[in-house]
Design a protein around this ligand. Structure first.
Ligand code: G3H
Ligand code: 13P
Ligand code: ZN
Length: 322
């Protein structure tokens, strides 16, 4: 099957109480790790490219990598999604060049401007059979091209969601309920420590999610910044020359709960970066004589696949849904 939009998969996910994983792609090994796991577990999947990814890999390579993945796994419903499109022009470029879903992220702009730009993108995208995600509220977190400092972040105001969705015509909505981008989602002083000394972050604002769902029944909600920062992989990074002190993410049981509610798309990037890095670092330390990229990248790719498989089965619940 060709690339699809997320319309059908979100409907089934909403009704079935599970979510679709949206994993960030930057190179061939990451695409292979994600799509091999999705195929093995019979799970639909969203592959998403940020501005940074499109610049790094060149968008054409990413589109072609997805074509290759589809040729190998034609039974897997796959969406190619633009992550955090900065404005209409970026979204248009993706609509015109093979993406089946785009995000317009005008969440840092005033409400009326967010509505106007999101509506403009939705109208253009819909004319071309492409679906649109927009965002209300801002996430904290520091990433290459997605940079909102913690002080500027604000939770989504449920009073605004009906008007926003109605006036823009977007197909899904990302909301801010306490997640944030990157591997350092909370400062240590915002967390408590469990008996093993691991940081435990403050819980997500499920009251906001529930209120949004009450106001937008049946409407798919998106969670960004949903990496859990698996401590076993952080440990491998740190034991093999890396330095990721106090990296902390969102507990998986909270994401599982969100997936049972109205959240249909859960964005994960940092966990794959950590897994890939852990595999490469360990390989380099274990085999100082190796210099063939196929050797160390294989270990990185295997970690990406294992992490995606775990997410699909144990967090998202999207396995056996094809
Ligand atoms: O939402 C942010 C993603 O993790 C993408 O990050 O802009 O560094 O590619 P990036
Ligand atoms: P993480 O940094 O938590 O993986 O979030 C990724 C994301 O939201 C991409 O849009
Ligand atoms: Zn994001």
């Amino acid at each position: 099957m060709p690339l699809v939009t997320s319309t059908e998969m979100f409907k089934k996910a909403y009704d079935g109480g599970y979510a679709i994983g949206a994993f960030n792609i930057n190179n061939m090994e990451i695409v292979q790790g994600i799509t091999d796991a999705a195929a093995e577990l019979k799970s639909p999947v969203i592959l998403q490219a940020s501005a940074g990814a499109r610049k790094y890999a060149n968008s054409i390579y990413l589109v072609k990598l997805l074509e290759a993945a589809l040729e190998l796994h034609p039974e897997v419903p796959m969406v190619l999604h633009l992550d955090h499109g900065a404005d209409f022009d970026v979204c248009k470029d993706c609509v015109d060049n093979g993406f089946t879903s785009v995000m317009i992220d005008y969440s840092g702009h005033p409400f009326e401007e967010n509505i106007a730009e999101s509506k403009r993108v939705a109208e253009y995208a819909h004319e071309h059979g492409v679906v649109v995600e927009a965002e209300l509220g801002t996430l904290a977190g520091i990433e290459d091209d997605v940079n909102v400092d913690a002080g500027a972040a604000s939770y989504t105001n449920p009073d605004q969601v009906e008007e926003f969705v109605k006036r823009t015509g977007v197909d899904s909505l990302a909301i801010a309920i306490g997640t944030s981008h990157g591997a350092y989602k909370f400062r240590p002083e915002q967390c408590t420590r469990n008996e093993k000394g691991i940081l435990v972050p403050p819980p997500l604002r499920f009251d906001i999610l529930e209120e949004v769902a009450r106001r937008l029944p049946g409407f798919p909600i998106v969670l960004h910044g949903s990496s859990s920062v698996p401590q076993e992989f952080v440990k491998i990074v740190n034991e093999n020359g890396g330095k990721m002190p106090d990296a902390v993410g969102i507990p998986e049981e909270q994401l599982r709960h969100a997936a049972e509610l109205s959240v249909c798309k859960i964005n994960i990037d940092s966990d794959l970066r950590i897994g890939l890095t852990a595999g490469i670092r360990k390989h380099m330390v274990d085999h100082p004589d190796h210099f063939d990229p196929r050797q160390y990248l294989s270990d990185g790719r295997a970690n990406v696949k294992a992490i995606v498989a775990h997410k699909i089965k144990d967090v998202l619940g999207s396995d056996n849904k094809i």
